[in-house]
Design a protein around this ligand. Structure first.
Ligand code: ZN
Length: 105
């Protein structure tokens, strides 16, 4: 692959839309996952009551953590899918390290 502007071979793939989609989707997914897990966490906390005060804290935190992580992973994947659509259409897919030009092949 060669830069169409200066002919340099130092061209990198950007996938800007894909990365942006992953970040945005991941954050949104983590938030919705964590908030959805608050009800989940409450169930965990209820189960934790049997194990005492420490169990309540562990149950709630673990539930929110797991929900947030799962939400972030799913959100990132979904975001990548939609972000990929913009790569090559809205965002340039490649950039030249030599002259700094961005372009789409
Ligand atoms: Zn160049």
């Amino acid at each position: 692959m060669v830069c169409p502007f200066c002919g340099s071979g130092r061209v990198t793939t950007r996938q800007f839309g894909k990365r942006l989609g992953c970040t945005v989707g991941g954050v949104a997914g983590a938030l919705s996952g964590a908030s959805a897990a608050l009800s989940c966490g409450e169930i965990g906390a209820c189960a934790g009551v049997l194990a005492g005060p420490a169990g309540i804290a562990i149950g709630g935190v673990a539930g929110a953590l797991l929900g947030g992580l799962a939400g972030a992973a799913v959100g990132c994947m979904a975001g990548e899918e939609s972000g990929e659509v913009f790569d090559g259409r809205v965002f340039h897919t490649h950039s030249c390290e030599e002259c700094g030009h961005s372009f789409t092949l």
